[in-house]
Design a protein around this ligand. Structure first.
Ligand code: GH3
Ligand code: MG
Ligand code: MG
Ligand code: MG
Ligand code: MG
Length: 304
C-alpha cells in the first residue's frame, strides 16, 4: 500500500570510499541530514544495493578492485537499481575524467578536498529529486482512494508476470473480486460511506497478503484483482476464500445484502501446464466467468 514520505532524514545515502578519513569527513558533514551507510569497494556497493537500494550513492573514483566508474556502469545496468543517482567524489578531476563520469551515468561530481557546503547542497538537491521521482512513480502506480495498486499498473505487471510464468513454466493465478450489491449500498448509505467501505474492503484484502510478490490492484469501480505468481489453483482458491471471510468479518452493516453486512464474490483462474491460456486477457476472462458463477450461486463466496 502507498505510504507518504516527508523529509530527507529517512533517505539513505551509500558512501563508497576506501579511505577511512574521507568516510569520516563525509559522514560528519551529512550528520542530521540523512542516514548514511559505508562500503569500501565497488563490489561491496553492488552487493549492498541489491539488498538495500539506497536513495543516492557517493562514489569514490579510485578504489581497490573494481573502479568507481565500472561500479557505476554495472549499477546502471541492473534491474531496479538503474534509477539510483550516483555522484562521484574525486580529486583533480580532468576533462577526460569528467567525460567518463557522465558516460558511466553519474548525475554529478564533487571535487576533493570536499567543501562541506558543496557536498551538503548537492546531496540535498539529488535526494529531493529522487524523492520527487519516487513519489510521482508511486502516484502513477497506486489508486488514490484505496491505496492499493491501480489498473494502469495491473496492465503492466499482469502482462509481465504472465509472460514470465509462461517462460519459466510456472503456474500463475489471478483472483477477481467484486463487492456484492454495492449499488444498493451507495443508494442507502450514500457515496461517501461507499468510499469508506471500498477503502476498508481494499485494506482487508491487502491484510491477507503474506508474500511480497503478491499484489492487490483496483481493477475497476468496486472490483479488485489479485495477481499471484507461482501459485497453484488450490493455493489461489484458499486465498480467495480468505478474502471473502476477511471482508465479511469487517461487519460493515449493509441492510440490503443477504447476510446484513458488506460481502464480496470472487473468481479464481490459474494458468497451469494442463490449463493454459493464450494471454493475460484470456486468464482474466476465465476468472470473470468464475466470478459470475459465484454471483449466481448466491454471492459471498469464491468459485474456480
Ligand atoms: P453485484 O452484487 O451484482 O456486483 O451488484 P453491484 O450493485 O455491486 O454491481 P453494479 O455493477 O450494478 O454496481 C457497482 C456499483 O459500484 C455502482 C457504483 O456506484 C459503485 N462504485 C463504483 N466505484 C465506486 C467508488 O469509487 N465509490 C463508490 N462509493 N461507489 C463506487
Ligand atoms: Mg579511494
Ligand atoms: Mg462490478
Ligand atoms: Mg458489485
Ligand atoms: Mg477453470
Amino acid at each position: 500500500m502507498f505510504k507518504e514520505i516527508e523529509d530527507l532524514s529517512e533517505s539513505l545515502v551509500l558512501i563508497v570510499e576506501d579511505s577511512m578519513l574521507t568516510q569520516k569527513v563525509i559522514s560528519c558533514f551529512l550528520e542530521g541530514i540523512c542516514s548514511v551507510q559505508m562500503v569500501t569497494s565497488g563490489e561491496k556497493a553492488i552487493e549492498f544495493c541489491r539488498a538495500t537500494p539506497p536513495d543516492l550513492i557517493l562514489m569514490d573514483w579510485v578504489l581497490e578492485g573494481m573502479s568507481g566508474v565500472e561500479a557505476c556502469k554495472q549499477l546502471q545496468d541492473m534491474e531496479g537499481l538503474s534509477d539510483i543517482p550516483i555522484i562521484f567524489v574525486t580529486s583533480n578531476i580532468s576533462e577526460q575524467q569528467q567525460d567518463l563520469c557522465w558516460d558511466a551515468g553519474a548525475v554529478d561530481f564533487i571535487p576533493k578536498p570536499i567543501v562541506a557546503k558543496t557536498l551538503i547542497n548537492r546531496v540535498k538537491t539529488h535526494l529531493k529529486y529522487k524523492q520527487q521521482a519516487d513519489t510521482l512513480k508511486r502516484y502513477s502506480y497506486y489508486d488514490g482512494l484505496t491505496k492499493v495498486f491501480n489498473r494502469r499498473f495491473f496492465d503492466m505487471e499482469g502482462a509481465r508476470q504472465f509472460k514470465q510464468s509462461v517462460r519459466q513454466q510456472h503456474t500463475c493465478s489471478v483472483v477477481m473480486l467484486d463487492i456484492d450489491h454495492f449499488k444498493k449500498f451507495n443508494d442507502r448509505y450514500g457515496h461517501l460511506n461507499g468510499d469508506d467501505a471500498l477503502k476498508a474492503v481494499a485494506s482487508a484484502i491487502d491484510g491477507e497478503i503474506r508474500r511480497p510478490m503478491d499484489g492487490v490492484y483496483r481493477y475497476g469501480g468496486e472490483e479488485f484483482a489479485i495477481l499471484l505468481p507461482d501459485t497453484e489453483p488450490d493455493g489461489a482458491k484458499q486465498l480467495a476464500d480468505q478474502f471473502v471471510a476477511a471482508v465479511k468479518a469487517l461487519g460493515i452493516v449493509h441492510e440490503d445484502s443477504d447476510s446484513g453486512v458488506v460481502t464480496i464474490s470472487a473468481g479464481v483462474a490459474s494458468n497451469t501446464r494442463g490449463e493454459c491460456y493464450q494471454d493475460l486477457e484470456a486468464l482474466i476472462a476465465a476468472a470473470d466467468e468464475a466470478l459470475y458463477n459465484a454471483k449466481h450461486q448466491g454471492r459471498n463466496r469464491a468459485c474456480v
